[in-house]
Design a protein. Sequence first.
Length: 462
Amino acid sequence: MSDAPSAAFEAFLAATGERRMESYLSFLRIPSISGLPEHAADCRAAAEFVARELEAMGIEHVEVAETGGHPVVYGDWLHAVGAPTVIVYGHYDVQPVDPLDLWESAPFEPLVVGDRLQARGAADDKGQVHLHLRAAEALLATSGGLPVNLKFVFEGEEESGSVNLDRWLEANRDRLAADVVVISDTGFFDGNRPAITIGLRGLAAVQIDLYGSPIDLHSGSYGGTVQNPLNALCGIVAGLKGPDGRILVPGFYDDVRPLTATDREAFAALPFDEEAYRDATGVPDLVGEAGYTTLERRGARPTLDVNGIWGGFAGAGSKTIIPAHAHAKITCRLVADQDPGRITRLIQAHVAEIAPPGVRVEVVAQHGGRASLTPIDHPATRAAARALEATFGTAPLYIRDGGSIPVSASFETILGLPVVLLGFTPPDDHAHAPNESMDLRNYETGIRTVARLWYELADLPR
């Protein structure tokens, strides 16, 4: 085979543009919010949509596989004799849409505005799943085959913790034998510069629950005689992190892999406009762990953040009570070598140590995942860089993303496979927020990049 898609490939994409966009819009109209039980049927509908697309383009052994939660969609094409095998991973589930009043259009009624397609999932991750489908379809339609063997794995629980995926990977270890994994669930760097993500942070999530009296108490009759769970919770939260940005949980930093001089030079070399970054957030100042730059904090240092806190009365006016209970959700972004289970246990022990008397405290472990780090000089990473440069016209940057894709570490630890994080979303895609959007130029060129990558990987050492 040649080392690039044929002219017929481009002709096919030109001829099928309208059909391609209608398929994309149909996919986005499915409200596949995995974290909300009332959308379970929608998640299954999205899985079945992907399965039909795979079958229609000629992918074999397509299955909507049960997991105990939302299904995994699997399919493969394994006729490139002697060539490497690549697992393509993405997810068809999406985040909730709240706050709805901040959306400029209905979240599941896609709207094209200039070069942007706006809808929940347009970028994260339906747009990237869809461009993989279209790249394979065009190659199969115009070349009659693929330069590598492909195994597609699209899950439906990434946005709710991938709680069943590791078990599914374990159960399908033999079927998932491969040489490399390509995950398109990341994006470009500031200024929409093409980039390859070489590192992702892990995640440890907990919920802190405090209980006092079985019912709310009158603050006149009981104030000053019993512990207020909300006051107690605020004290606990304050005891988790210092004013210098350092996390106060004993042992939290024990396994953090320190940044080398080379690491810090690579961060410093990135074309990062800190003021523009701050302006985009709308905050008056950037803050974080002392001794590190903004990019280092974002991509290579662990965090601890309160995601939500509630309890007592929050309506209009005043209600003089001592709340019966109080709650907080906490997530920690983790870096290489940190174990989410160990971090959770350390938080539980620290909260128990600093909790005041008069309340019952529970720290409940939620979802988590390990960090991922892939060398820049890995042959698959280099192949992705060549494909990006050939299609976008510029050599990519190498970045560490502050987000988490736990499955990346799962592919490494369970299947022993290297992972290439090749995503195409613009940095201002508003993923997880109102008005999420995909740059359609990234989407269209991403199709070409993926097709080119399969040719670049055909000579991957095995």
